[in-house]
Write a protein that binds this ligand. Structure first.
Ligand SMILES: Nc1ncnc2c1ncn2[C@@H]1O[C@H](COP(=O)(O)OP(=O)(O)OP(=O)(O)O)[C@@H](O)[C@H]1O
Ligand SMILES: [Mg+2]
Length: 425
């Protein structure tokens, strides 16, 4: 929707610096994924080959529902526990963190910006690119929301489209198509409040599917056309890439925990037993073999026998419902977008048979996405549930999710506290 210039509620200055903590061997970058089931902090350090993971800390978290904070104290406790573990492993003091955000309050849209190329030689300069991206942000986001990301997709110079880097090209008119992601102020404020109360400074915020994509998707996949589904505990985050850039991002308020609930209700057992059954026995597809298994009743005193078919009749329909919701989100894609693959990540990707189930449902080849593109302690993070946290260190410093704050800060780190003023306490 076209409208007035975006409101700049937190002042007219966006800090774009990289926030780095220090250790004895140099600067480090920290990602903080505050999830519905766990908080995960990942510490990375830059090397000549890219990023090396030097520390990982994980702690259970029950302070969120559907990606949104419902219990500040519990969330703060979880952040403290996860970052302390990461600090110990990495041997650094963590100060600044790139924070993941998700939840139904996050929305995305595509927009176009247009400017005249003004330089004397009519060559596109860096400033023209900056101006056209700013022009694409002229959408009415409402008073209770802010833009989190503006991701340029393609540039067009004098009608020639599909340009990824227009700098130096000659022309009179520069256009850009951008993917714009907005979030609800109060939801974001609560996340940042928890980060701050845990003694940390937010370096930037990143919509979580962008982070998960940075950790798991290959450049080639993003070019050809790919859907990422990050099935977490309480949310399923979606990102679609085509032509090298993000063209759709969204989140649905259901994740793998609903399968556990359904198993507990369907088999009349405890959540602990249901979670264990989901992780060890449940399967998303029709298995030709598989023995019956015994399940503890709610009081834990007796057991009953359940067949694999009974379990599948609980799990498969719910998984298909999650897939259906994701497919509905994809109906908003432009008709000419071609998709060649689906990548499943997040802890929910561990469900046995999910690759085949997703492939059959979406009619696309499917694979499980685990974090790649990093070195160092890769064994500690080579699981789908670490995709977001690893992606935060990859995407955070490069992304545009730096935090809005009031006034031009004196030091890189002093402004953020001023920005939210007394909101923190
Ligand atoms: N082996 C497994 N089989 C099936 N599901 C699994 C398995 N291991 C973990 N899960 C599920 O993965 C989910 C947690 O995933 P993840 O750690 O990515 O979530 P999160 O980041 O805490 O939550 P969210 O992203 O929704 O805020 C839980 O529902 C958990 O039961
Ligand atoms: Mg998650």
């Amino acid at each position: 929707m076209w409208g007035a210039a975006p409101p700049k509620r937190f002042g007219d200055f966006q800090f774009r610096g990289r926030y780095l903590s220090k250790n004895s061997s140099g600067a480090t970058i920290v990602g903080l994924d505050i999830g519905t089931t766990k908080t995960c902090a990942v510490v990375a350090t830059a090397t000549s080959n890219g990023l090396d993971i030097i520390g990982v800390g994980e702690a259970p978290c029950s302070g969120l529902r559907k990606g949104v904070i419902t219990d500040l104290e519990e969330t703060v406790r979880s952040i403290e526990a996860a970052t302390e573990k990461a600090e110990r492993m990495a041997g650094v003091n963590i100060s600044h963190v790139y924070v993941g955000v998700t939840g139904e309050h996050v929305r995305s849209t595509n927009n176009r910006g247009v400017v005249a190329i003004t330089g004397e030689d009519r060559e596109v300069a860096r400033n023209d690119v900056r101006r056209v991206v700013e022009a694409s942000k002229l959408i009415d986001v409402g008073n209770d929301r802010q833009i989190i990301h503006t991701l340029p997709w393609h540039y067009t110079v004098d009608g020639h489209d599909g340009i990824t880097d227009p700098i130096g090209m000659s022309g009179a008119r520069l256009e850009v198509d951008t993917h714009i992601i907005t979030g609800g102020n109060t939801f974001i404020t609560n996340v940042l409040k928890c980060v701050h109360r845990a003694g940390l400074e937010p370096a930037g915020i990143v919509f979580e599917p962008l982070a998960s994509s940075a950790a798991t998707l290959l450049a080639e996949e993003k070019h050809v056309g790919v859907v990422l589904l990050d099935i977490g505990g309480g949310t399923t985050d979606i990102a679609v890439y085509s032509g090298g850039g993000a063209i759709h991002t969204s989140t649905i308020p259901v994740g793998g925990n609903i399968l556990t609930n359904d198993i507990a209700l369907g088999l009349k057992t405890t959540f602990v037993e249901a979670e264990s059954i989901k992780r060890t026995i449940a399967c998303a597809i029709n298995e030709p073999t598989g023995e019956d298994f015994s399940v503890k009743t709610l009081d834990g005193r007796t057991t009953k026998t359940v067949t694999r078919a009974q379990l599948r009749a609980i799990v498969a329909p719910r998984l298909h419902e999650i897939f259906r919701m994701a497919k509905t989100a994809l109906t908003t894609l432009p008709r000419d977008v071609m998709l060649a693959e689906i990548v499943i990540t997040g802890g929910g990707a561990h469900l046995r048979g999910i690759e085949q189930a997703a492939s059959e449902f979406f009619g696309l080849p499917a694979r499980i996405g685990v974090p790649t593109a990093v070195g160092g302690l890769t064994d500690a993070v080579k699981q789908p549930e670490f995709a977001t946290a690893v992606g935060l260190v990859l995407f955070g410093p490069k992304g545009d999710g730096a935090i809005w704050h009031a006034g031009k800060s004196r030091s890189p780190f002093s402004g953020i506290a001023a920005w939210f003023g007394d909101l923190w306490n």
